[in-house]
Design a protein. Structure first.
Length: 258
C-alpha cells in the first residue's frame, strides 16, 4: 500500500533524518506544512528537488505573533509562489500557548487566521488548520463567514457538538499515530465519516505507546490505518482506499501534479 503523509514538517527534521524519510519508496506524497517564512522557503526548495514534496505555506500559531512587516513579507512571498503551493498552512490559533499564558491576547491571531482564510479563498487553495477544542469553533466561524469549505483540521480534538458542525460543513480531518493509544482520538475517528479522513504523522513530533523513542516517520501511518480499520469495523484495504483517495482529491494530486 502506497502512503500519503497529509501533514508533516519536513523542514524541521535533521538533514540525515529527512534523507531517510524522503528515501521511503512506500510514500507517494508528503504534504509539507510550514511554520513561518523561512520554513516556507525551505519547503519550497525541498519541493523543487523532490516532486513528491507538496508544500503548504503559512505561519504556525503556537509562536509569538509576528510583527506587521513580517506578516506583509510572508503574504508577498506567498503571492509570488502561489502556483507552487498545494495549500495554505499550517495556520490557526494558539490553544497550547494560551494554556501556558492564560492572559495571552488572541485577537491578533484571529485576525491573522482570517487573513489566511481570505488568501485561501482568493486563490482557491485548501487551508490546513491548527485549531483544537474551543479554538475550533472560532475557526469554523471564520470559515463559515467567508464560505470556505475546503478545510483540513489536522490532529483535531474537540467536543462532539463541534465535531458534528465540522462534519455538516464538509470539513476534513487527519489522524496521527496516537489513534493507536489515545481514546479521545479513537472516539473522533469513530464519529467522523471515513471519506473525510486523511492520515498524517505531524513529524517530527514524537509519539508514545508503541512509538516511544522512535523517529516519527510516514510508515507509522500503516499502524494508524490498521487501528482505524478496527474502529470502523472494516477491512484495512478499505481504509487505505478511502483515505488515500480523499488525500489525492483534497490536495489535487492528480497524476503527480498539484
Amino acid at each position: 500500500m502506497q502512503l500519503i503523509d497529509s501533514h508533516i514538517h519536513l523542514d524541521t527534521y535533521s538533514e540525515e533524518q529527512r534523507r531517510i524519510i524522503l528515501n521511503l519508496p512506500e510514500v507517494d506524497y508528503y504534504i509539507a506544512v510550514s511554520m513561518d517564512l523561512a520554513s516556507c522557503k525551505t519547503n519550497h526548495q525541498l519541493a523543487l528537488h523532490d516532486p513528491r514534496v507538496k508544500p503548504a505555506y503559512g505561519f504556525h500559531p503556537e509562536q509569538e505573533l509576528p510583527k506587521q512587516e513580517e506578516i506583509d513579507a510572508l503574504f508577498r512571498w506567498m503571492e509570488q509562489h502561489v502556483d507552487t503551493m498545494v495549500a495554505v498552512g499550517e495556520v490557526g490559533l494558539p490553544y497550547y500557548k494560551r494554556q501556558e499564558n492564560p492572559g495571552l491576547e488572541v485577537q491578533g491571531y484571529i485576525e491573522l487566521l482570517e487573513k489566511f482564510i481570505l488568501f485561501a479563498k482568493k486563490h482557491n487553495k485548501p487551508i490546513v488548520l491548527h485549531a483544537v477544542y474551543e479554538d475550533g469553533a472560532i475557526a469554523c466561524d471564520l470559515l463559515e463567514k467567508h464560505g470556505v469549505t475546503k478545510a483540513h483540521f489536522h490532529w483535531f480534538k474537540g467536543e462532539d457538538v463541534l465535531i458534528k458542525r465540522m462534519i455538516d460543513n464538509g470539513y476534513s480531518i487527519s489522524i496521527t499515530p496516537d489513534i493507536c493509544y489515545e481514546k479521545e482520538i479513537q472516539h473522533l475517528a469513530s464519529l467522523y465519516p471515513l471519506d473525510r479522513i486523511m492520515l498524517e504523522t505531524d513529524g517530527p513530533w514524537p509519539f508514545e505507546g508503541p512509538f516511544r523513542n522512535r523517529m516519527t516517520n510516514p510508515l507509522m501511518i500503516r499502524d494508524s490505518m490498521y487501528k482505524l480499520a478496527k474502529i470502523k469495523g472494516i477491512e484495512t484495504e478499505k481504509v487505505w482506499e478511502k483515505t488515500f483517495r480523499h488525500s489525492i482529491l483534497f490536495y489535487g494530486l492528480y497524476n503527480g501534479e498539484s
